[in-house]
Design a protein around this ligand. Sequence first.
Ligand code: SF4
Ligand code: SF4
Length: 194
Amino acid sequence: MHCKRCAKCCLTSPPTLHKEDLSLIIEQKILKDKLLVLRKGEIIFDHFKQQYIVLKQELIKIVSTKLGCYFLKNQNCTIYEYRPIECKHFFCQNQQKILEIKDKNLLQRFDIINKNSAIGELISEHEQKCSLQLIKKLLNTKQYSKLEKIIEWDEYLRKSLKDKISIPDNLLNFYFGRPVKEIINNTSHLIIHL
Ligand code: SF4
Ligand code: SF4
């Protein structure tokens, strides 16, 4: 049995990047604005476990479109020769190889960004002020006015960076993850219970 390169797997969930994929970003084979950060504490659907899970650490994933992975065009991977390690290890008929690496050596934002740079410091401040742990606590205790302030600060930060230094939305979603309002709107029912 071998992979037929039918690309069906590329339609479901784009790969999560591992430290082995760092060179793809450094060499700009994959640009940062094609990446999405899912932050620690966010709730995602795990396609392997077929259930919702709370992230124990952040994930960096290739962004998806309505048609699956961003790099899938006309049922072909446009970066096939330098596709991420998860894509190399995935085979729908035998998941042993992908399960061996799946949660190991995951790439983190501070593997890519200098923690002491201006943007690195803003990421740390954002993590501290908008952590999912804090959001969960405020949702559970119905402290909606405090939650509103977190949403406002997150929006203010993104708008300031857009207005002052023209950082596009896609890149903001790499630096700070998805907007807090979007996370709450999409998963607040799960955040409270998981
Ligand atoms: S791993 Fe399976 S689903 Fe993915 S391209 Fe190969 S044959 Fe198709
Ligand atoms: S990077 Fe290529 S192989 Fe991997 S999911 Fe995307 S389209 Fe498929």
